[in-house]
Design a protein around this ligand. Structure first.
Ligand code: RB5
Length: 144
């Protein structure tokens, strides 16, 4: 499975910590930037991630901004994208089980790295339940 990661400046430090953690375990995350703590616009970062996933260049994404809010709003405007802020361990499990999220979102200014790494593990080790949740996800895709 290929996982891409990206952040704005508000999530840069946390992105680097996550990337290094996975690298120490022998897993390379595809780093879509940003590549420094210089200010940048989170919609640009979200759009990069959306394109990467929709073009099939990664299976899952990790997005980080200061709070996780702006970058998830930006990503969720696109069909086929389900970006979920994993704000606790239970949410990390449910985001896969019920929502089959394809982007895990975190807040660089609101979350601790050890919590984030644990939530990523929970998400990756949980299965989507399908069944009635497929019907609900189809309704999201359909829109109004
Ligand atoms: C950038 O200062 C900050 O607004 C951004 O990282 C994010 O928190 C937006 O929701």
């Amino acid at each position: 499975m290929k996982i891409a990661i990206a952040s704005d400046h508000g999530g840069f430090e946390l992105k680097e910590q996550i990337r290094k953690h996975f690298s120490s375990l022998g897993t390379t995350l595809e780093d879509l930037g940003t590549h420094s703590a210089d200010s940048c616009d989170y919609p640009d970062i979200a759009h990069k991630m959306v394109l990467c996933l929709l073009q099939g260049n990664a299976d899952l994404g990790i997005l980080i901004c200061g709070t996780g809010i702006g970058i998830s709003i930006a990503a969720n405007r696109f069909k086929g994208i389900r970006a979920a802020i994993l704000y606790d361990d239970f949410t990390a499990e449910m985001a896969k089980k019920h929502n089959n999220a394809n982007i895990m979102v975190f807040g660089g200014r609101t979350m601790k790295v050890e919590d984030v790494i644990r939530r990523i593990d929970i998400f990756l080790h949980t299965e989507f339940e399908g069944d009635r949740h497929n019907r609900r996800l189809a309704k999201i895709e359909e829109g109004i």
